[in-house]
Structure formats: C-alpha cells, structure tokens
Design a protein around this ligand. Structure first.
Ligand SMILES: *Cc1c(COP(=O)(O)O)cnc(C)c1O
Length: 380
C-alpha cells in the first residue's frame, strides 16, 4: 500500500458492532471479563485500549514498522526509551537537540546515573571517537531542531551495528511522509505526535515504533508499568489528523520551499537554514534519505541585536508567535528565549543557536499571504 492510502486506512477497521466507519472512542477504564482471565483481549485501559490500538497500528504502518506504542507526550516516549538503560550506561546524542529532550537527559536521567555526550553529528565518521565500552545508545534528530542539520542515518545505523548500540531517531520534524528511519537501519523511531502527525495543534502525544519483538515487549512493559499513556479521545483526534497527513505534508513542503527561497533573497536576512538548498552542508544526504525537505525553516537577521529580533517577532500578523510546530497554522518562534531557553547560553551558542535565530513552522495557508506577512515583518 502506498503512503496516502495507508494514512487513511492502515490500522482502522469498520466497527464490528455497528459498521461505523470511524473508529469509536472507547472511553472506558476497564473491560468486563467472563471469568477471571477470560476476556476479549482487554483487561485494564492503562495496558490496552481499542482506540489507542488502532492509532498504534496506524503509526506503525506509516513507519513500515512491526510495532507501535503511544504515550501521553513525546517526552513520555523519550522517558520510556531511557528506562531501557541502567546507571553507568552512556548515550551519545545530537548536539542541537530539542530543548525538552536535552533537559530530560541532563536534569533527570543524569542524576539517576546515565551519562550523556552531545556531539556534532554532521560528519558521522567523527562519532566513532566518542564511543566507549559504556556506550549503549545513539540518539539522533534529523533534521535537527532548530538548525535543520541533517544526520546521515544510514551511517549512524552501521556504526550502531558495529558497536552493538541501539539507534533511536526522533523523526518528529521529518514525519514518516518524508523519512522512514527504520528502513535506514534505526532500531527505534520516536515521534512527538503533538506536531505533524496530529497536525491540528489540539493534542499532546508521543509514539515509539520498532521492528524487534523483544524491544517492543520491553518498551510495552515500561509503558504499562510507568503509565504515561494517552486517552482514547486524543487517540481518536490523532487518527483523524493522520488521514490528511500526506495532503498536509505536501503543502507544508511546497510552502516551505517558496518561503525558504524568499528568505534567502531578502536583504534583512543573514542566513537561512533549510535542508533543500544545494549549499546546505548535508544536502546530498538529505536528498538520499528524505523524499522532500519539509516546512521547518530557521533564519538569522543581519541586524542580530535583541531589540531588532524582538521588533521583527512583534510585527508578525499571520504567523503566530508560539512554541510547537507541525500544525496547519503557521507559527514563528525564537528558540533562544522559547524552546531552547533551558539550554545554557554558552552551550546554545556553541551549537550555533544564536539569540536572533527565528524558527518558522510553515503551515498550509496560501503561500502568498504567508510571504506578505514575512515581508512586512522583516520591514521590506
Ligand atoms: C515537541 C518535540 C518533542 C517533545 O514532544 P512533546 O509531545 O512536546 O512532549 C521531542 N522532540 C522534538 C523534535 C519535538 O519537536
């Protein structure tokens, strides 16, 4: 089945009782048993819920995965992955990481004894030097947030294989429409479902997908034991959102391309970060592992003073100043003061996240209106 067909049909079946084409919202915490232990496959809703089950199967199908598990947030999904490890284990992660992931790593799990190294993954061959006998996992984002760096997932997978490491890829920015890390050799794919998969800025949710049965069993055990599970209403909303994922992504990509080009030629703009440009440092790798380049774009201003950055941000009318991304509406944010404020300034700047960096989540509105808004906000 091709992607658009899977987005609409995978994992969902007409309701066996009524024939309802839409998956029912099974708003229940428990299931009646005929006798102790004799049931229809459902016992208690922390472990399993039919609406959630359809969603997990849908997301797994989109990622060409055997198994999917949904969580109450993207961070709850990351938290469960980290619980696969024990004190002393070491994790090597992408340097310009999502701020919340960085915070969970260093402010929660570092205190519990896990060790983290944050390294520049632009050149996959340089990672080898950081691997020690304690290293257990490579944590990769590609494209990275907010600098749109591209990590060579195939190269990371072969490194993981050589050193018997788990490779986990946060595929939130690319979505399964653009990139399928399991097909490139990753072991686990993580999603903040909150973003493109849901697509309508009305749900917080996370997901993990994997092919290996033993890994699924472990992560499912952690999910059920720790309980960070999403509710049936949210599962339904995401199932509905996914039905238009391919349509939305197509438009996000088209709009993203036009806006990236507009920004690149704008006199007030210093640098545009978008993997679709020929001169992007890993453009060839992006082309080889992604189907298109998406609607996430960051840029810096020639006048990079704080006052000017604030002025530009305040002038946006159509782009809403907000954290998050991946919804139908266009958003603008300033990573240094918003999503990445939890990373110390020196560390932020060493990762290239300057104070004047502006990040756009280009929505699916008419691109002419978006460009007009950008144009007036930049003062030209
Ligand atoms: C938002 C986000 C997360 C965290 O997900 P939540 O659903 O907000 O908990 C993780 N990684 C990336 C890349 C994100 O954008």
């Amino acid at each position: 089945m091709k992607f658009g067909t899977k987005a609409i049909h995978a994992g969902v079946h007409p309701d066996p009782v009524t024939g309802a084409i839409m998956t029912p919202i099974y708003q229940t915490s428990t299931y009646v048993q005929e006798e102790p232990g004799v049931n229809k496959g459902y016992e208690y809703a922390r472990g399993k819920n039919p609406t959630r089950k359809c969603l997990q199967d849908s997301i797994a199908a989109l990622e060409n995965a055997n198994y999917g598990i949904c969580f109450s947030s993207g961070m709850a999904a990351v938290d469960s992955v980290l619980k696969l490890f024990k004190p002393g284990d070491e994790i090597i992660a992408t340097k310009d990481l999502y701020g919340g992931t960085y915070r969970l790593f260093v402010r929660v799990f570092q205190d519990l004894g896990l060790k983290f190294k944050f390294v520049d993954m632009l050149d996959a061959s340089s990672i080898k030097a950081h691997i020690t006998p304690a290293t257990k996992m490579l944590w990769v984002e590609s494209p990275t947030n907010p600098l749109m760096n591209i990590v060579d997932i195939r190269a990371m997978a072969s490194l993981a294989q050589q050193h018997k490491l788990t490779l986990c890829v946060d595929n939130t920015f690319a979505t399964p429409y653009l990139q399928n890390p399991l097909d490139l050799g990753a072991h686990i794919v993580m999603h903040s479902v909150t973003k493109y998969l849901s697509g309508h800025s009305d749900v917080v949710m996370g997901a993990l997908v994997m092919n290996d049965k033993a890994l699924f069993d472990k992560l499912h055990f952690i999910m059920n034991s720790t309980g960070g599970v999403p509710g049936p209403m949210d599962s339904f909303l995401v199932l509905r959102g996914i039905k238009t994922l391919h349509l939305r992504m197509q438009r996000h990509c088209e709009n993203g391309k036009q806006i990236a080009q507009f920004l690149k030629s704008h006199p007030a703009v210093a640098k545009v970060y978008w993997p679709g440009f020929d001169d992007h440092p890993n453009h060839q790798i992006a082309k080889s592992q992604m189907r298109d380049f998406g609607g996430m774009i960051s840029f810096t201003l020639k006048d990079d003073s704080e006052a000017n950055t604030r002025k530009v941000l305040k002038r946006f009318q159509l782009f809403a100043l907000a954290e998050s991304l991946g919804g139908v509406e266009s958003l603008v944010s300033n990573p240094a003061t918003m999503t990445h404020a939890s990373i110390p300034k020196a560390e932020r700047e060493s990762a290239g996240i300057m104070d004047s960096l502006i990040r756009l989540s280009v929505g699916v509105e008419d691109v002419e209106d978006l460009i007009e808004d950008l144009s007036q906000a930049l003062g030209g």
